[in-house]
Design a protein around this ligand. Structure first.
Ligand code: AKB
Length: 339
């Protein structure tokens, strides 16, 4: 009996999952199943074929999914982000590394059972970089994928190692086996900048100051930004991040010259974000109260990234630059959300 292949999203109740489920549900040809520690939001439940409540670290649950569905595309979103990871590094390692390993093994077994490669889309992060000082960060400008791979956070270390693990599964899996084992995982990773969604708020990240500032202003709540106004890292509007994941996941493998890609859209300072938010919400009360430790993490991330390979290989082309992101997406959608 042949079964219709489905897409699996882990960590589906998080920020990226929300947008990804909505976007994928427009294509009825590719039913979606989801996995998360929490139930799906009521507006998302009707959009998926089945939601499993549980952990990527639960082998029995993964066996059940393996038996019930034929999967040829995995978006592995489950993760503990950079700020939360510093409070619970062992948990971060378990989820981010052991969870990724479990899902890669799951994808390999899926591929072995149906005979086709399983595309494994891994959202990595600018946290995989670690610039040694502010002076080095300013001098570096746009960093390339293989530069400054010396992260300072548990999350960054986990993401960098996850990229290596995925590349191992795709290119060198069981390379010394007597009987050749066909690698079935087609691993692809995007190093995301900070993401800003108009419909959800992030939690546990260190780039969260940008979305928090915007949402607080729209809600009429005061906000104290935890980084200096001159702090600069790349950001992207959530719809562009979702589009990028789908584009990379669907691209023919022969077009891809690497497994891990930077992508960028705009790279404003915290002060520039403040000024745009202040002009959209003139009554907003926004102050700065620097948290030296979180500032240290953001200072270790690049000011900007070089995404030449993503643009060339799979046509990464974000719709929103800084002005358009605020004018056409963030401000109108957030206003509606809190009105
Ligand atoms: C975080 O702040 O941890 C994330 C990230 C940059 O990957 N948003």
């Amino acid at each position: 009996m042949s079964r219709k292949p489905v897409v699996l999203i882990t960590g589906a109740s998080g920020e990226i999952g929300h947008g990804l489920i909505e976007r994928l549900s427009r294509n009825a040809e590719r039913p979606v199943i989801t996995l998360d520690l929490s139930p799906l939001a009521p507006d998302l439940s009707p959009l998926v074929r089945q939601h499993y409540v549980g952990s990527v670290l639960d082998p029995q649950l993964l066996d059940r999914i393996l038996a019930e569905y034929e999967i040829d595309l995995v978006f592995h979103l489950a993760a503990v982000l950079s700020t939360r990871g510093e409070f619970a590094p062992v948990t971060a390692h378990k989820v981010n590394v052991e969870g990724t390993l479990a899902m890669l093994e799951f994808a390999q077994r899926q591929g072995e059972s149906h005979g086709r490669p399983v595309v494994f889309l891994d959202p990595s992060s600018i946290a995989a970089y670690g610039l040694p000082s502010l002076a080095a960060k300013r001098a570096a400008g746009m960093v390339k994928e293989n530069e400054f791979n010396t992260p300072t956070t548990m999350y960054g270390c986990n993401k960098l190692y996850g990229e290596l693990l995925g590349s191992y599964y795709a290119s060198h899996y069981k390379q010394l086996s007597f009987d050749p084992v066909r690698a079935k995982v087609d691993f692809r990773a995007i190093r995301f900048p900070g993401l800003i969604s108009a419909v959800t708020l992030p939690s546990g990240g260190t780039s969260d100051y940008a979305p928090e500032m915007i949402h607080a202003a729209a809600e009429g709540k005061p906000y104290a930004c935890f980084v200096r106004p001159d702090t600069r890292i790349p950001f992207m509007a959530m719809p562009d991040a979702i589009e990028a994941m789908i584009k990379l996941a669907l691209m023919a493998p022969e077009r891809l010259s690497r497994r891990v890609y930077n992508i960028r859209a705009f790279s404003p300072s915290a002060g520039e974000i403040h000024d745009i938010v202040a002009s959209a919400f003139p009554n907003a009360v926004m102050t700065t109260s620097v948290d030296a430790k979180r500032q240290g993490i953001v200072d270790s991330w690049p000011e900007d990234v070089d995404d030449t390979a993503a643009r060339r290989d799979w046509g990464h082309a974000p719709r929103f630059d800084l002005q358009a992101a605020f004018r056409d997406y963030l401000i109108p959608t957030i206003r509606k959300r809190y009105s």
